[in-house]
Design a protein around this ligand. Sequence first.
Ligand code: SOE
Length: 388
Amino acid sequence: MPRELNVALIGYKFMGKAHSHAYRDVDFFFPSDCRPVMKVICGRNQAPLQDAADAWGWQEYETSWEKVVERDDIDIVDIASPQNTHRDIAVAAAKAGKHILLEKPMAMNEAEAREMLAAAREANVKHMVVFNYRRVPAVAYARRLIDEGKIGRIFHFRACYLQDWIVDEQFPLIWKLRKETAGSGAHGDLNAHLIDLARFLVGELTEVVGQTHNFVTERPLPVETGELSTMLTAAGGAETGQVTVEDTASFLARFDNGAVGTFEATRFAPGRRNHNRFEIYGSKGSLVFDFERMNELEYYSADDEAGSQGFRTILTTDEAHPYVSAWWPPGHAIGYEHTFVHQVADLLQAIHEDTEPHPNFHDGWKNQQALDAVLRSAESGARVTISH
Ligand code: SOE
């Protein structure tokens, strides 16, 4: 009989749905000695919360996260609420001895992230940050090729994360567009993913120089409908308010191993829906990934015979590719939601085997350190060194 671990999920919007699905599916595709039980979902507004509990299969709902983290019957606290809530919930959950799964970016700033890391270490609980793109089979396979030396010495990491969901000036001022709830805008939302991929695939960032910009500074205030909505679209009213986070952030970086990088995040790239793309160029080969083609990885090998050299597109749906054997036969592609299933499967395994999951709060803190450094650089116009 597998060991049952009771989960409390805090947050019931887009990420709440993605995480809920992961708990529902994980045991079906990754049966293991640990099985999550969808015990309680938590959020502020009772009506949509109750709808979420019913629709996604949570046994109970609760409007106070303070009560939830103190419950004796909870093993894992999953934090999928806005960034301004992360620190308090994570520190309280750690103090209560719960394992923690936390949405990105880790915190509002580096100081908070450091406090959360210290609390989790002190409590000796498992801690993990949801940088789910590490768990796309093509990305995990890229890491394998790099580890095997197939790319050689890495020279360049070029990455962009482009979306287009706020191009319309009438798109309302949702929490992601306010500093007090989100901490930052496209930078923390999207560059956080790119920084994680860079740290996963290349190395530690040591120096950055960045710029930010706003295209739309005022938007209609959102109208609360009281309905469960997991979409990034929402209705706006007649009143307006100020956008207090950046619409776009880009930066140059140096890595500890001598590689250099470029990073660009925006929500103002019409036609780019979720264009999370990186290119890696090394002495022995190159890799290109674009999430909009998430089942593919482009690979160039300088070892190929002269005359037949060129980028090949690998369909990363074979058993040889990470995570894939748990799903479908070759060529039967997987999607966005599967990355969250992989993350939960890895967390459960780490809890069961008492190993360190990744990316953990240390990774989240290093990520936050780089995020903050870029914003400081954008403000001052100077290069900023990241200490290690
Ligand atoms: C919205 O920009 C968003 O949902 C991000 O918050 C996610 O982290 C990213 O994976 C997709 O886009």
